[in-house]
Write a protein that binds this ligand. Structure first.
Ligand code: FES
Length: 159
């Protein structure tokens, strides 16, 4: 079942199960929000309200955590999330050209989702694999030593 096919009650049950499994303390908030993102693709306002009640935390606090971390999102994301490393070590080995090619191929700017909901483009700081920069992360797949010419072919693997 996807988040789009879940009604309010089913969503609520899933959220309750996540909090029960991970915990309801303030320190559990980030892992809980991460799991909500995994299950629903993003953290909706009704889910934030539900978490507020279950975890006894103000919605404002949950909202600010949910919007602070790039791995979390309060907006629906595309089926594939493309993250481009914009840190200096990747930048100096040709990252700028790869990023241009990526933006052009997707017709997106960072933070945008394609109208068909297929792609979301994000930038990220160092992914810890600087030795093989420039680096692109698509969902959980890491691509290193990417050249501008390879971008289209890499994206085509997700057709
Ligand atoms: S700087 Fe890009 S992976 Fe480290």
């Amino acid at each position: 079942m996807t988040s789009e096919t879940m009604n309010e009650q089913e969503t609520s049950l899933v959220v309750q199960e996540i909090v029960k499994r991970i915990g309801s303390k303030r320190a559990d908030l980030i892992p809980v929000l991460q799991e909500v993102t995994n299950q629903f693709g993003f953290i909706s306002q009704p889910v934030i309200k539900e978490l507020s009640a279950l975890m006894s935390l103000p919605t404002k606090e949950i909202n600010s955590v949910a919007t602070f971390y790039r791995m979390l999102s309060t907006q629906p994301r595309g089926r594939h999330v493309v993250q481009f490393c914009e840190s200096a070590p990747c930048h100096v080995v040709g990252g700028r050209e790869v990023f241009s090619s990526l933006k052009q191929a997707l017709a997106l700017e960072p933070g945008q989702t394609s109208p068909d909901n297929k792609w979301t483009l994000l930038t990220t700081s160092c992914l810890g694999v600087c030795g093989v920069g420039p680096v692109i992360l698509i969902d959980t797949d890491t691509y290193g030593n990417v050249t501008p010419e390879q971008v289209k072919e890499i994206l085509s693997r997700y057709e």
